[in-house]
Design a protein around this ligand. Structure first.
Ligand SMILES: Nc1ncnc2c1ncn2[C@@H]1O[C@H](COP(=O)(O)OP(=O)(O)OP(=O)(O)O)[C@@H](O)[C@H]1O
Length: 409
């Protein structure tokens, strides 16, 4: 059991705001002198800190654990304009947590000569309580499902097989161009949606490949979520009207549910038979495994120390402080993958089709088709599924389908 790791990052202030700031930071605690409250965290980063330090504090460890098969989630929380996107995505001059994690991930994998890896990425946004696929903008209003094999998942979400950090970041750039961003009085480029950037990491021991055709490979499958939440906002401050007001109300509502989930978990409600309302928002439902479940989780709470936002900052710190009391139980996710096609993992899938002599492009195409028809849910109907897949793919991969059918026959 390990608790959620919580750090706080204060954004830079104007000279004027710095002069009137009521907050005092001392080591890992933050307070307003002469007020009763004082908050303590794992680490507090003041305004001059760089994203590299924030990354090193915890995300780096979560990324390397994800390579070893542990799920990981890192999210930035805070009011609008507090620096969440700056922290998670960053800029060319100061790359954020996501590009840093992606580069680290590939570096760690390259150094691990004993295992072979398969990486997939997805990128989604939750906009006005609807899930949109940022890698396939035509996939909108996606639904959340749950199954014993896959746990909680977003049906129809595109998962691209990726082979380099550059490829991942190009895809992310593509996704960004479809993300909902809008201007408010508080932020010229305000995120109007929550985004979840996800890497799915499968790996297996290279030695298990050698010699024994009947071996049951143990494949590790872990998920790394890097989340840029939209910021809580007050319409009086953002000046939101019409579409912006509607967006703001969806954002606030889902953040309120996140707050309630964290509060319930911090009170240990689940173990005392209480109800934790994960299903009250898409955000908490998707992040359920990271909140009190099987994952290493870190929260970066972005704040501003300006006097004018003291109430919002206090409420962000209260949220973060409760999160410190939430415990998770991260375990290595290992599945046995039978060499005959019971494809619990994409690895098993790809290995099987590679062994039939199929080229990579055909396999990628087939994998996409399989995901569309949720192939992974019907693991036992092998022959029947082969024919279904063949029918789905025959226009694009006729040759592959033919070799599949002869092999199945
Ligand atoms: N630590 C920082 N150093 C330098 N600039 C920062 C920092 N934090 C935030 N900023 C700047 O402040 C502005 C607002 O930041 P950002 O868009 O990241 O806020 P946000 O919390 O994501 O807002 P929203 O919730 O509205 O999307 C940006 O111009 C960003 O570059």
């Amino acid at each position: 059991m390990e608790r959620i790791h919580v750090t706080v990052r204060a954004r830079p202030l104007s000279l004027e705001d710095a002069k009137t700031s009521p907050w005092k930071i001392s080591s890992n605690s933050i307070s307003i002198p002469n007020h009763s409250y004082k908050f303590e965290f794992d680490k507090i980063f003041s305004e001059n800190c760089k994203t590299a330090e924030v990354y090193e504090a915890r995300t780096k460890v979560i990324v390397s654990a994800a390579v070893r098969g542990f799920n990981g989630t890192v999210f930035a929380y805070g009011q609008t304009n507090s620096g969440k996107t700056h922290t998670m995505r960053g800029s060319k001059s100061e790359p954020g947590i996501i590009p840093r994690a992606v580069h680290d991930l590939f570096q760690i994998i390259q150094q691990d000569v004993d295992r072979e890896f398969l990486l997939r990425m997805s990128y989604m946004e939750i906009y006005n309580e609807e899930i949109n696929d940022l890698l396939a903008p035509e996939h909108r209003k996606l639904q959340i499902h749950e199954s014993p094999e896959r746990g909680i998942y977003v049906a129809g979400l595109r998962e691209e097989i990726v082979a380099s950090p550059e490829q991942v970041l190009d895809l992310m750039e593509f996704g960004e161009s479809h993300r909902h961003i809008g201007e408010t009085n508080m932020n010229l480029y305000s995120s109007r949606s929550h985004t979840i950037f996800r890497m799915i990491i499968e790996s297996r021991d290279r030695s298990e490949d050698e010699g024994n055709d009947n071996s049951i490979d143990a494949v590790r499958v872990s998920v790394l979520n890097l989340v840029d939440l939209a910021g809580s906002e007050r319409a009086a401050k953002t000046g939101a009207e019409g579409v912006r007001l509607k967006e703001g109300s969806h954002i606030n509502k889902s953040l309120m549910t996140l707050g309630t989930v964290i509060k319930k978990l911090s009170e240990d409600a689940e173990n005392q038979g209480g109800h934790v309302p994960y299903r009250d928002s898409k955000l908490t439902r998707i992040l359920q495994p990271a909140l009190g479940g099987n994952a290493n989780t870190a929260i970066i709470c972005n704040i501003t120390l300006a006097q004018i936002h003291a109430d919002e900052t206090k409420s962000s710190l209260q949220f973060a402080s409760r999160a410190l009391r939430v415990t998770n139980c991260a375990q290595v996710n290992e599945v046995s993958s039978n060499p005959f096609p019971m494809f619990e993992t994409s690895f098993a899938f790809i290995s099987f089709f590679s062994s039939l002599g199929c080229v990579e492009r055909d396999i990628s195409c087939l994998l996409l088709e399989c995901e569309k028809i949720e192939y992974f849910l019907c693991m036992n109907k092998i022959l029947y599924d082969f024919i279904t897949i063949y029918q789905c793919c025959q226009n694009r991969t006729g040759k592959l389908g033919t070799s599949l059918l002869s092999s199945a026959g």
